[in-house]
Structure formats: C-alpha cells, structure tokens
Design a binder for this molecule. Structure first.
Ligand SMILES: Nc1ncnc2c1ncn2[C@@H]1O[C@H](COP(=O)(O)OP(=O)(O)OP(=O)(O)O)[C@@H](O)[C@H]1O
Ligand SMILES: [Mg+2]
Length: 272
C-alpha cells in the first residue's frame, strides 16, 4: 500500500521535489475528466508557470471550470466526477487517491465567480479556518487579518468595520474579502473562476489590479470570458473548446498571431 502523502506548506517548499522545477509549478499530463459517461476535459496537457498568470478561455461548457476545479480536487465533491491522468504539483501527483485534500486546498486556494463570504463578521471570515488549524491567540489572528486584508487591497476600506457583517460589504468588497480569506491560508497557487464577472466595472478593475499585484507572490490560474481581461493581465493563455485544449502559449501570441484557426475565430468574436 502506498504511503499517505500529506502536503504541508513548510515541508513542501523546502523539499528536494520543490526545487526540481524552478519555472513550472503544475504539470498537467493527459488529464481526462468525466461526469458519469460525459467527458468534460479531454487529454489536457499543460505546464503552468510559477508566479505567472495563466488565463483559461473558451466558450461556455468547454470544460474550463472542470479543469480548474481538478487542480485542488474540488471535483471530488461532485459524486459523478472521475478522472484519468496526472497533475504534478511540486513533484507529487495531486490526483493520487492518498492525497490529503484539505491540506492541498490550503496550498491551492480557490475563489469563485459569485462572492461567497460566510454570514459572519469581516474579521471572522478570515479567522474561521485559522482557528480550525489551531491558531487562537488574538494578537496573531489580528496580525493575519490585517496582513490578508492589506494583500487583498481591502484593509483601508474595512479597517473600521472589522466586526460588521461581511454581508454588509459591497459585491466587490465581498470578493476581495474572499480573496483575503484564501490568502490567509498562505497558498502557493490561486485558482480564480471568473472572479470579477459578477461585479461592476470599477470593482472589476480593482480585482484586475489586485491580481496583477498578487502575481509577484502567487501562481495564478484564472478563468475569464473577458478577452480584454485575459490579454491585459495574463502571461499564458489556454484556449479550450469542447473539452480539449486547442492552443496554449504566450498570451501575446494567442491574441495576435494564434496558430490555430479556431483560436483566431474565438478571440475575434466569431463564436462563443
Ligand atoms: N456538476 C456537474 N455534473 C455534471 N456535468 C457537469 C457538472 N459540471 C459541469 N458539467 C458538464 O461538464 C461540461 C463542462 O462544464 P464546465 O462547467 O467545466 O464548463 P465551463 O467552460 O466552465 O463553462 P462556463 O463558461 O459556462 O462556466 C459541460 O458539458 C457541463 O454540462
Ligand atoms: Mg465555468
């Protein structure tokens, strides 16, 4: 029987496996994802850059969210979902059965399209999971709350409202709170599934600016339907169609001189 693999942040960052790949943080190999008999992702191969922004684009239903959710095993929560292939994260196949998914989701955090703060105070939204992990000292919690809110470019707006309900914040503030909550777990990778598409243009611009800042410290994968957004903020872009990665490469090239005709048709708005 294989040994249980536990992903613990401090262990992994210094492990020999972590040093193997300087440029790449995730290697997706021949990944197929199914819901029952329906195949949603077909033989995807992709090397995801460390400290880069990778955009996933493509028409509705082409498998972007399914692909994204597989990277922190959120698909496990969907009973009909199963997969084949590998996703190597710092030398470990995170699709292996014996992976500790709770620890994995700490390392690879996710933010969804619709802001989903807990119906608790701003402060408790951030401390909820930390307390679960045994951090109980008020001073330490205070520090993490402030640091996470600063990183999420929200501190100045909420520093006097820390004990108000998170639900009293605007949609854009709620989404930045969800990002702060994820950052408090000290992840390496951030998975963002259309994080600003439900927001007004000003909040959308703030989130975009924030994502660009976060790239210094995190590896980011973002699903977006907004072509301008993808071309503005991402370093690499993957174009999905009917579950297949049709083209993956430098964002500049994908948006100016793609190799595949279907990519060209999609980015120029001919379908999707
Ligand atoms: N929970 C689920 N159960 C069954 N099938 C699903 C489930 N989620 C997605 N699918 C199917 O998998 C395929 C890919 O869906 P997915 O949500 O990954 O697409 P998407 O590219 O994110 O689309 P969108 O841009 O609309 O969000 C679709 O055919 C969809 O119907
Ligand atoms: Mg989706």
């Amino acid at each position: 029987m294989a040994a249980t693999i536990t992903i613990e942040p401090n262990m992994q960052k210094n492990s020999p496996a972590a040093n193997q790949s300087k440029e790449t943080i995730l290697q997706v190999r021949d990944l197929c994802i199914y819901y029952g008999d329906n195949q949603a992702v077909k033989h995807a191969d992709m090397n995801i850059e460390k400290h880069g922004i990778t955009a996933l684009i493509g028409p509705s239903g082409c498998g972007k969210s399914t692909f994204l959710r597989s990277i922190n095993r959120m698909n496990d929560l969907i009973p009909s979902s199963w997969n084949e292939g590998q996703i190597m994260y710092e030398g470990i196949d995170i699709l292996a059965e014996n992976i500790n998914t709770i620890a994995l989701r700490k390392e690879i955090g996710m933010v969804f399209q619709k802001p989903n703060p807990f119906p608790k105070s701003v402060y408790n939204n951030i401390t909820h999971a930390l307390r679960y992990y045994g951090i109980r000292k008020k001073k330490q919690l205070d520090e993490i709350v402030e640091e996470s809110l600063r990183k999420a470019a929200l501190w100045d707006e909420v520093k006097d409202r820390l004990h108000d309900s998170a639900l009293s914040l605007s949609g854009g503030q709620q989404q930045r709170l969800c990002i702060a909550r994820t950052l408090a777990m000290e992840p390496n990778v951030l998975l963002l599934d259309e994080p600003s598409s439900a927001l007004d243009p000003i909040s959308n611009a703030k989130i975009e600016e924030l994502i660009l800042q976060l790239k210094e410290d995190y590896s980011i994968i973002i699903v977006t339907h907004n072509m301008q957004q993808a071309s503005r903020i991402s370093d690499k872009t993957a174009f999905f169609l009917n579950g297949s990665v049709i083209e993956y490469g430098d964002t500049k090239k994908i948006f100016t001189n793609p190799d595949n005709e279907k990519t060209e048709d999609y980015i120029s708005g001919r379908f999707g």
